[in-house]
Design a protein around this ligand. Structure first.
Ligand SMILES: NC(=O)c1ccc[n+]([C@@H]2O[C@H](COP(=O)([O-])OP(=O)(O)OC[C@H]3O[C@@H](n4cnc5c(N)ncnc54)[C@H](O)[C@@H]3O)[C@@H](O)[C@H]2O)c1
Length: 241
């Protein structure tokens, strides 16, 4: 049984609580901006899942690590402070795993794109593009997931050198990421390989936040009792689902 603290109890914290199997996880406490973990931590947590805000995440990681609690971190927007977090984890000798996208399906999709990009580099008659669609509340553009997809494509397709967003006239060596914002779309990513003869499309379409929560729980099982700083994507293929 894993004793789990939920730090950040918004949309993601509540989704994790609703799907965590009761025979594998005990939720020891839920914490948010009006019930901060630093002041209200209850005893006896092995691991914390942290989905809060960029402004609070580093302080939460430091506090949890200082109490010997391993951290699964889903909060985004702190990666320019990764060195600070690495030092914290080293100092307290705890375990830490993070992902900008914990979705199991998206991580499978990353691996499909990685393999497809190697294959498609043999067929220069195909041009490559990305289309991402999200709900209208999403502030960033292109999505972090679309950028990661572009990076995987750039690793495999040697004729492409960089990506660009919403270009009307991309250079042949650029991957164009087209961003669309529509109501009620959780997140859709499409990779198109286009020739004069046909189009090959790969699509991931999220139906809800459930996939992120499933991945975070998977990461939790992975990190419990480990020491060090881990990125979910690097270990995804080794995780037991
Ligand atoms: N990595 C992924 O797969 C993934 C998936 C979805 C969302 N996210 C990210 O996770 C974060 C949270 O997303 P959400 O949709 O649940 O947001 P949300 O706005 O619904 O919830 C944020 C929560 O953080 C709490 N919070 C604020 N300050 C806090 C503090 N000092 N200590 C503890 N909690 C505090 C708020 O009270 C709220 O409960 C965002 O950064 C988002 O980009 C990541």
């Amino acid at each position: 049984m894993i004793k789990l603290a939920l730090v950040g109890y918004g949309k993601m914290g509540k989704m994790i609580e609703s799907i965590a199997p009761k025979d594998q996880f005990t939720i020891t406490g839920t914490y948010d901006v009006i019930n901060p973990v630093k002041e209200h931590l209850k005893n006896g947590s092995d691991v914390a899942i942290e989905f809060s805000t960029p402004a609070s995440v580093i302080e939460n990681i430091e506090f949890l690590s200082s109490r010997g609690i391993d951290v699964v971190c889903g909060t985004t927007g702190w990666y320019n402070k990764a060195d600070i977090v690495k030092d914290i984890i080293k100092k307290y000798g705890t375990g830490f795993i993070y992902a900008s996208n914990f979705s199991v399906g998206v991580n499978i999709f990353f691996n499909i794109v990685k393999n497809a990009s190697k294959l498609m580099s043999n067929y220069p008659q195909y041009d490559t593009g990305i289309k991402e669609t999200h709900h209208t509340q999403k502030l960033d553009k292109p999505s972090g997931t679309a950028i990661r997809i572009a990076e995987y494509l750039l690793e495999g397709i040697k004729s492409k050198k960089s990506f660009i967003n919403d270009s009307q006239n991309p250079e042949p060596n650029e991957i164009n990421i087209i961003s669309e914002r529509l109501t009620d779309v959780v997140g859709r990513h499409e990779v198109d390989f286009e020739s004069e003869a046909d189009t090959i499309s790969l699509v991931h379409n999220a139906k809800s936040r459930r996939g992120f929560a499933e991945g975070a729980l998977l990461a939790e099982k992975f990190i419990k009792g480990k020491k060090g700083f881990y990125k979910f994507e690097d270990f995804f293929c080794d995780l037991k689902i």
